[in-house]
Design a protein around this ligand. Sequence first.
Ligand SMILES: Cc1ncc(COP(=O)(O)O)c(C=O)c1O
Length: 395
Amino acid sequence: MLRFLDTVQRIYLDHNATTPLLPPIIDRMTAVLRDDFGNPSSVHHFGQQAKGAVDDARSDVAALIGADPSEVLFTSGGTEADNIAIRGAAEALETTGRKHLVASAIEHEAVLNTLKALARRGWRTTLLPVDQSGIVSPGALLEALADDTAVVSVMHANNEIGTIQPIVELARMAHERGALFHTDAVQSAGKIPIDVKALGVDMLSLSAHKFYGPKGVGALWIRRGLRVLPLLTGGRQERSRRAGTENVPGIAGMGTAARIAARKLVEEGARLACLRDRLEAGILQSVPGTAVNGAIDVRVPNTTNISFDRVEAESLLIALDLEGIAVSTGSACSSGTLEPSHVLKAMGFNAHRTQNSIRFSLGAGNTEAEIDRVVAVLPRIVEKLRSLTRAPARA
Ligand SMILES: Cc1ncc(COP(=O)(O)O)c(C=O)c1O
């Protein structure tokens, strides 16, 4: 059996893709699956027990972002939260004549493709450029804003390079022109402190599986009083903003994940930043032709994105996987062709650099010994890949 032969000690450095469930979260979800099977809309004991689990989770998620529980709406994940925020707010404003949407060029596809879909239905869209720091400049937003701008969406932290965007300033500028501001905080929630009021945003998206909760559950915070049209029509769940019987075990798992994240945020952030810096310094020192992509001073603590000159990122990813080390490239494989990272492309890097970069994203289980092992094996792997590229083609 393959598993029996799999004696490699695996190191997981792809926490921005997803995180493992922590044991207390598995315990909570198991208990809810077993004991709280009622429908939260039912008035009897069983229903109220399930409703209690959802309410507790709502309070825990709200506490993670400094919000009131009544403003938190559970969704099927970050993608749906982004969709409700942008489509729901844009459609609610349609009759006012505001038909312009703005987002940064380095957003996740959940935002970019939502803008594309709305553009096909008549909305005007503008993507804000970034420079090689990977940070949106407030000047770019100032230029893009118009009298008919309905919604501006700029992510809190980028998933590929980890850069944190100047949300407070961008949100203030959007409001000065009468536009709403949404931020996708999928990659910052649970990694750095978030306070929706201090950020000054109108809507904020979260996803449980990025902070040790289950996949397929997320949340959207909507500022009280803001009108957002639902995407799903049906029952009156989630204050009529998201129809459908709630994913009670998933929501309970997200709540527990939020509570644990809030408790450990500062301490774990410092530990991960230390490990990330050790990894980064180790690679830059031991592997020639390497460079960090994006600003290094305003990043989430767990992420680094490094380019390896004269190495195909995909080959490096596979070689590292054979050594038991899981990382990621920003490139997406769609219909058999490797698309270069749209984030690195937007940052102005050439085709080579957009395809020779690797994202290392650290998390709860990583140790100093693991980081040292990665730093120890990388020079040999990179040297080998480079020598293969140098080798003259045989006749
Ligand atoms: C920045 C960002 N937004 C949105 C999403 C989508 O979240 P979900 O997987 O929960 O749909 C992701 C997932 O990778 C992400 O990194």
